[in-house]
Each structure stands twice: as structure tokens, then as C-alpha cells.
Design a protein around this ligand. Structure first.
Ligand code: AAT
Length: 292
């Protein structure tokens, strides 16, 4: 096991590496797309790692999955059709299924082995796949969206890995154009958008593309995820031309939904205050992002 490579030379995070104490390695394998590792950590519970990059831990997954799902779903009235890109662990599905208005969820994950491994080691996340409203499509999101029906979705959530490897094309303009086409007028995209501390150039590029492609509103929000590099991760929230979407004052707040008390008690991280707060940006980020 001493031959396991060091990851401080990952091109997404040159010169830095972060460590968690490994109690036990639970799974190690290689799919057609990536290396998959599951281990039990001392403090963060079980951890899913793809190509050396932490995708989630049991302790802090709620901060990511709840925000990436409820930020967009609370921003549109009565969302019914949703598409998830990536998200093979099932955590985002679990969150979407909490919304009673949702009737159909497509998920397009490229790597079937991620799904299989998560079903074995992360049952509290993969439970999302068991909901009858969920339809799984194993394949590349680029192809899936090329063939998607126009105006089909109220909300699209891109829960994809970093743009190295199979997710490379998911930060490019043609991909965003196919997303905009697949959304209904006034439909909403929430896209994983990296760290404001480390990736301002990537965020600037994505913002510039999205401001061109999405004719409604475009905003950057962020959340705290201690096990992601720099401890934070952001989201791009965009809406297509059509009924105006006010992301900062959501029309479908969690406390006004059916079974709101139960719903709110099930959530660990998201609430309406966190929703609003997530759009507040530090001054250096405001400056850097306004120049695009
Ligand atoms: N729910 C939190 C975990 C993820 S998982 C990202 C998923 O995106 C992976 O399962 C990966 O196989 C899938 N994926 C990557 N590329 C594609 C593609 N082209 N089409 C469909 N699915 C894809 C995200 C964590 C973010 C980590 C940030 N550092």
C-alpha cells in the first residue's frame, strides 16, 4: 500500500493536498472511466474518492447535496420534471425526492460502477434510486442532452466531478447550450462550480458562458464543505428566458411546501436563511466576478 501515489500534483489543485486518517479501506477498484476508492475515516465516516479526489463524506455530504438540490428547486413554483447529471451516489436524488411536486426525475451518470459501489457502501445516499419517480440513464451527459426533448425540464442539476477526465466537456459552451434548450422557459440550472478561493478563472469562464447562453438571471452561490479543497464549493444558478426567476427571494420556500415541518426536520443543512446567505459574496469575489 506504500505505492499509493501522492495527490499534491493534481492539476486542479497544484501544490496542495489534504489528508484524512484512514481507518480501513473498504473498496478499491477501477472502472472504464476512473479509479474508485471507499474508505472509513476517523472523523468523517465513510468517504468516496474518484481519481484521488474526495467526492463526499458521510459527515458533510448534506452541505453539498441539500444545497445543490434545494437552491434550484425552491426557486421555481411546483417543479415537476428534473434532470440530474452525474450524482451516481444518489444523494442529490434523495434530496429532490423530498419535493412532493416532483413527478419525474431523469439521472444521467456515466459510470455504472459508481452507482453499484455506492449502493453497497452508502445506502443512506443511494436510497434516492429507489424512488419510483427516478429513471436512470447510464451514459455520457453530453450525448444524453444532445438527444433530450426541447423544453422538457423545470430544473437541471449538474452534480458532476471536476473538469478533468469524464467531466471535461461539462464546462464548455456547447454543453450549456444543450442544457438551456432542454429547460422550459423560466427553467433553472444549478451547476457545481468549484471553489471561489482556488478557481476564480474557471468560475469567470463559466459565468461568461452562462451569461451569454442563459437569458434570465445568472448567480453564483456557495456552501461550506470541509472535506473539499479550500473547504467551500460553489454553484452557478441560471434561468432561461421566460418567467423571471428571483433566486435570492425564492418563490417556493421550503417552509411553505407540503409537509413542511417534516421536510425541514429531515434536512441537516439547508433552510431559507442559508439559501439567502449562500448568494452573499466576499468583496474579492465580487470584484473578480464582475469583470467578466
Ligand atoms: N454527489 C457528490 C459527488 C459528485 S459525483 C460526480 C459524478 O459525475 C461521478 O459519479 C462521475 O462518474 C459523474 N460524471 C463525470 N463525468 C460525467 C459525464 N460526462 N456524464 C455523466 N456523469 C459524469 C461530485 C463531487 C464534486 C467534487 C468537487 N471537487
Amino acid at each position: 500500500k506504500n505505492s499509493r501515489p501522492l495527490y499534491y500534483n493534481n492539476p486542479m489543485w497544484p501544490g496542495e493536498a489534504h489528508s484524512l486518517k484512514v481507518e480501513e479501506i473498504l473498496y478499491e477498484g477501477k472502472s472504464k472511466y476512473q479509479e474508485i476508492l471507499v474508505f472509513k475515516s476517523l472523523i468523517y465516516g465513510k468517504v468516496l474518492v474518484l481519481d484521488g479526489i474526495v467526492q463526499l463524506t458521510e459527515k458533510d455530504e448534506s452541505a453539498y447535496q441539500e444545497m445543490i438540490a434545494h437552491l434550484p428547486l425552491c426557486s421555481v413554483l411546483s417543479p415537476k420534471t428534473v434532470l440530474v447529471i452525474g450524482g451516481g451516489d444518489g444523494g442529490v436524488l434523495r434530496e429532490i425526492c423530498r419535493h412532493r411536486s416532483v413527478e419525474h426525475i431523469d439521472i444521467c451518470e456515466i459510470d455504472e460502477l459508481v452507482i453499484t459501489v455506492c449502493k453497497e457502501f452508502f445506502p443512506a445516499l443511494s436510497i434516492g434510486f429507489e424512488d419510483p419517480r427516478v429513471q436512470l440513464h447510464v451514459g455520457d451527459a453530453v450525448d444524453f442532452l444532445r438527444n433530450a426533448c426541447e423544453g422538457m425540464y423545470d430544473v437541471i442539476i449538474v452534480d458532476s466531478s471536476d473538469p478533468i477526465g469524464p467531466a471535461q466537456e461539462l464546462v464548455e459552451k456547447p454543453f450549456f447550450q444543450t442544457i438551456a434548450k432542454a429547460l422550459r422557459p423560466g427553467g433553472v440550472l444549478c451547476n457545481q462550480a468549484e471553489s471561489m478561493w482556488l478557481h476564480t478563472h474557471l468560475i469567470q469562464d463559466m459565468l461568461a458562458i452562462c451569461r451569454e447562453v442563459f437569458k434570465g438571471s445568472v448567480h453564483y452561490a456557495w456552501t461550506s464543505v470541509p472535506t473539499y479543497p479550500s473547504g467551500v464549493i460553489g454553484f452557478l444558478l441560471c434561468s432561461t428566458d421566460g418567467p423571471h426567476v428571483d433566486f435570492l427571494n425564492p418563490v417556493n420556500p421550503i417552509e411553505k411546501q407540503e409537509a413542511a415541518v417534516k421536510l425541514q426536520s429531515e434536512l441537516r443543512f439547508y433552510n431559507s436563511e442559508m439559501h439567502k446567505a449562500s448568494f452573499a459574496l466576499p468583496s474579492f469575489v465580487l470584484r473578480e466576478l464582475s469583470t467578466t
